[in-house]
Design a protein around this ligand. Structure first.
Ligand code: UT7
Length: 376
């Protein structure tokens, strides 16, 4: 770990003031999977802790799921899209290499003042995105940010590979971050990588790897499960320890650990290394499987909405993924959910309709401008 400490502006903190999640309604159970590949409900539950996962509708994508999670997060923060300075989206299953998923969501929200870009750090992407957004706020570059983790992994899963297809699911989660002078919020974030393990967990982009390669490699997720398992248990424990130490705290000071929901056995083994009892760990893997960048925010949102996580709680979010990447964030959760003012609720809804009209008019204007300029 480097000794470099960021130069944050004094008295500036990045608080999480809004949150939202989107889970597709369609459920794929282990028994459904047993009709597709040689597996069983018993095997999947014993080896992974997963009972079912959600599968996006035909018309859905990381854009639509992320957009719906973002709208819920804005409503819970009672903010208007116009107030956003930055949108960072983490996704491992983007529809486009570019434009960034964040840009498409920026347009659909009508977040006219926000910069927008994507982060690709596989399942650790949400931690990375949160770290970047919080640091931007703490150095005083921006005041607000929307951070989204969103996936339709069902589109990159090889449904004939029983070693991977049983694990993954679709969903999205979003946080709104806002500057405050009250101590708390995102206290510390650690990010790590080891590219030498890139071959253990990867998905080709669909682009030919060489100029004269006969064809592109299919866009399926590939994995060495046993190796990833070993790596994961180790780094989930080490990153948790590291981020807690960085914040000048001890593990006993942590109320909740929210780990990346990849495999229940990985979570149990990592928490066992830390001697953290399961009662202090947020786990929802049985219902959603591994939703990559969405898994941590979805678990946080569910735990906040069920009253598990409450004001004054200290949380560690910890994840790992392809890259290899891993990281953790420590957060003081101090905000009670706001009751959105009905007028602002109306303004937000009207704003989304206006955003669609504005986007259409901008495209039309670009088209007309090109016509006029060509004629000259
Ligand atoms: O976001 C990060 C993404 N990735 C992960 O977190 C994955 C981490 N790894 C894992 O979760 C586990 O390694 C798996 C769940 C993927 C596999 O569990 P495992 O306990 O490590 O099983 P294994 O790969 O050692 O395989 C044991 C046996 C093998 O059969 P043989 O060779 O012993 O006869 C596999 O062929 O289980 C077999 N197997 C299955 N059997 C029934 C593998 N997948 C399945 C399956 N159903 N779906």
């Amino acid at each position: 770990m480097s000794n470099h400490r960021p130069n944050y502006a004094p008295g500036r903190y990045a608080h999480i003031v809004g949150w939202g999640m989107e889970a597709p309604t369609r459920t794929l159970t282990n028994d459904d999977l047993a009709q597709m590949v040689d597996t069983s409900d018993e095997w999947i539950r014993e080896r992974t802790g997963i009972s079912e996962r959600r599968i996006a509708d035909a018309g859905d994508s990381p854009i639509t799921l992320g957009l719906r999670a973002a709208r819920k997060a804005l409503a819970s923060a009672d903010m208007l899209p116009d107030e956003l300075d930055l949108i960072v989206v983490a996704t491992s299953s983007p529809v486009y290499l570019f434009p960034a998923t964040a840009c498409v969501i920026q347009d659909k929200l009508g977040a006219g003042h926000a910069g927008a870009f994507d982060v690709m750090a596989a399942c650790t992407g949400f931690i990375y995105a949160l770290g970047i957004a919080a640091a931007q706020i703490k150095i005083g570059a921006i005041d607000t940010a929307l951070v989204i983790g969103t996936e339709t992994l069902s589109r990159i899963v090889d449904w004939s590979d029983r070693g991977t297809c049983i694990l993954f699911g679709d969903g999205a989660g979003a946080f709104i971050l806002r500057e405050s002078d009250a101590p708390g919020g995102v206290l510390e974030v650690v990010m790590h990588s080891d590219g030498s393990g890139g071959n253990l967990l990867y998905a080709p982009s669909g682009i030919r790897s060489q100029w004269d390669a006969p064809e592109a490699i299919p866009v399926n997720a590939r994995m060495n499960g046993a190796e990833v398992f070993r790596f994961a248990t180790h780094v989930m424990a080490s990153a948790t320890r590291e981020v807690v130490e960085r914040a000048g705290l001890r593990l006993e000071d942590i109320d909740w650990v929210v780990p990346h929901q990849a495999n229940l056995r990985i979570i149990q083994s990592a928490m066992g290394r830390l001697k953290l009892p399961e009662e202090r760990v947020v786990i929802n893997i049985s219902r959603y499987g591994n939703t990559s960048t969405a898994s941590i925010p979805m678990a946080v949102v569910e735990a906040v909405e069920s009253g598990q996580i409450g004001p004054d709680n200290r949380l560690v979010l910890v994840g790992f993924g392809g890259g290899l990447t891993w990281g953790a964030a420590i957060i003081e959760w101090e905000v009670t959910p706001k009751r959105p003012a009905p007028v602002r609720e109306l303004m937000r809804e009207a704003g989304y309709i206006l955003a669609a009209i504005r986007s259409f008019l901008r495209r039309l204007w670009r088209f007309l401008e090109a016509l006029i300029l060509r004629e000259r």
